[in-house]
Design a protein around this ligand. Structure first.
Ligand code: ME8
Length: 509
């Protein structure tokens, strides 16, 4: 039985256009999904759109449209972006899909029947942008939401509550005491800010607007957008539906590695409320929640409501999908906030993709073409010990890092091997060996380089999707099936004649 991997992104609000921040989370998920595919896992990658709630209702009204008409174009634009960015998702869920709506109603009924939901009244300050009732810590001195910087609404209404207060111990001693939430320092943040002060029951229905899923038991109540949204991770797999085979395979099975990604502003929902909902339903917990930092623009969070966003489509049109995927994977490690500016982007592209990876491929291609007419016979080759050891070490480090979802560190391992190859070229000076007609030595040097550039290209496969085939052709591996096993056991690889030289990542000036 193959190992299984289920990865999810948040489902994004179609209340505005997606920006680099959304592209960030989705690209990280895509890279990890592709990596797991390479490791032979059976994978399922879910993304989608979060379409109910007051914010969407207001946006549609502003545009003079019904919510569903308003949503059509927006959702199409999500899919257009994912296609341009080469995102290989398995399923795209819309919370207005009827199977989702029906299942959310069933989930509500189940929780009510189990005694985890009761009716009461709520009074509190609500942030429409975050779709969240805020506690005092989340409100600034001007009575605005600290995260979205928008005005709050005083809400006083009848509501159904989820008995989250029952789960204080479960949160403290199990969920947040385990390895579930990564990076580890975020566990204390959640404990100290939200769990230890007091876990209050969560209001899970609203009555003051109608754009949501009405509950069967009391249809003037629509399900709170976060209960509706969080459950997407299981409704998309067929939970409580006729065909629940994906649910059995990718969620219920304890052996499935489940990774959920979310930005730090919604870690609270994913590391507190979501585990409580799952526990109440009697379901297993995800293996990990990777809570990542924000992409900043001039030191503030890039966000639709602040209007300081960068359009990923523009970046892709200018520099290509791989350039953006690389910047996201390498320059924006998940543990902290990162910056995104045109200058940083170009500097990184030139330093790593143009000068390191691209240049190395083209140098090696050029020399093998010139000295060996594009093909090195695989007989009696003596590979350089140091560079060979470095190549094997790189594979191992890369796997260690990718297995911990440390994409940036894994890419650094590849770039280090690139630097070692460049240094090796300078030290061995193949052009001198050619001049001096030391053909055996030249052959050993070039074969060592071809081997190590092949390792680099193979390890870059989940990241540089658009240029992968071109890179493979340049190094003589077109049509050759590559696996981790093969790149570790070199003699299993049979090279072909190199393709003609092509500039792969052209420097941007
Ligand atoms: O919160 N930096 O949707 P949303 C990094 N519908 N990541 C960013 C970012 C930034 N500046 N801006 C956005 C919602 N993101 C809910 C989610 S899930 C059950 C419901 C990414 O459209 C990041 O993943 O506001 C963040 O958590 C998400 O987009 C928020 O997207």
């Amino acid at each position: 039985m193959p190992k299984k991997f289920y990865v999810t992104t948040p489902i994004y609000y179609p209340s505005g256009n997606l920006h680099i921040g959304h592209a960030y989370t989705t690209t990280l998920a895509d890279i990890l999904k592709r990596y797991k595919d390479m490791q032979g896992y059976e994978t399922f990658f879910l993304t989608g759109s979060d379409e109910h709630g007051q914010k969407i209702e207001e946006k549609a009204t502003e545009a003079g449209l019904t919510p569903i008409d308003y949503l059509e174009d927006k959702v199409e634009s999500f899919k257009t972006l994912w296609k341009a960015l080469k995102i290989d998702y398995t399923k795209f869920i819309r919370t207005t899909d009827s199977y989702h709506e029906e299942t959310v109603k069933k989930i509500f009924t189940l929780l009510l029947d189990k005694g985890f939901i009761y009716k009461g009244n709520y009074e509190g300050l609500y942030c429409i942008s975050c779709e969240e009732f805020l506690n005092a810590d989340q409100i600034d001195e001007n009575n605005m939401c600290k995260i979205s910087n928008t005005k709050l609404e005083l809400v006083k209404e009848e509501t159904y509550f989820l008995k989250t207060s029952l789960f204080q111990e479960f949160m403290e001693n199990e969920v947040l005491a385990s390895e579930f939430l990564i990076p580890a320092y975020r566990r204390n943040e959640m404990l100290n800010s939200f769990v230890k002060p007091e876990l209050k029951d969560l209001s899970v229905t609203r009555t003051s607007f109608s754009w949501g899923i009405p509950i069967n038991e009391d249809p003037k109540h629509v399900v709170y957008v976060w209960l509706d949204a969080l459950t997407n991770y299981i409704t998309a797999l067929g939970y409580l539906q006729n065909d629940d085979s994906n649910f059995q395979k990718f969620w219920a099975d304890e052996n499935t590695e489940i990774l959920q990604l979310a930005g730090k502003e919604i870690i609270r929902f994913h590391s507190i409320y979501w585990p409580i909902i799952l526990k109440s339903l009697g379901l297993r917990q995800p293996t990990h929640l990777l809570g990542h930092g924000w992409i900043l623009s001039k030191d503030t969070k890039m966000s639709k409501s602040l209007g300081n966003v960068i359009d990923p489509i523009e970046m892709i049109n200018k520099y290509g999908a791989d350039a953006l995927r690389f910047y996201i994977g390498y320059e924006l490690p998940t543990e902290k906030d990162g910056n995104f500016t045109d200058d940083l982007f170009i500097e990184s592209f030139n330093a790593h993709l143009a000068n390191n990876v691209g240049n190395l491929i083209s140098r090696i291609n050029q020399m093998i073409t010139k000295y060996f007419d594009g093909f090195i016979e695989n007989d009696n080759i003596v590979y350089d010990d140091n560079l060979t050891a470095k190549g094997i070490e790189t594979i191992n480090l890369y796997i260690q890092n990718m297995d911990q979802y440390k994409i940036s560190d894994a890419i650094r391992n590849i770039l280090d091997l690139g630097n070692a190859c460049n240094k090796y070229i300078e030290e061995t000076m193949p052009w001198n060996l050619a001049k001096e007609e030391k053909i055996d030595e030249l052959k050993n040097v070039m074969a060592t380089l071809q081997r190590n550039i092949s390792i680099m290209v193979f390890l870059l496969k989940p990241i540089l999707v658009e240029n992968y085939e071109d890179m493979i052709e340049q190094i003589g591996l077109s049509g050759v099936e590559l696996t981790f096993d093969k790149i570790n056991n070199w003699d299993k690889i049979i090279f072909k004649k190199l393709g003609d030289k092509k500039i792969i990542f052209k420097r941007v000036n």
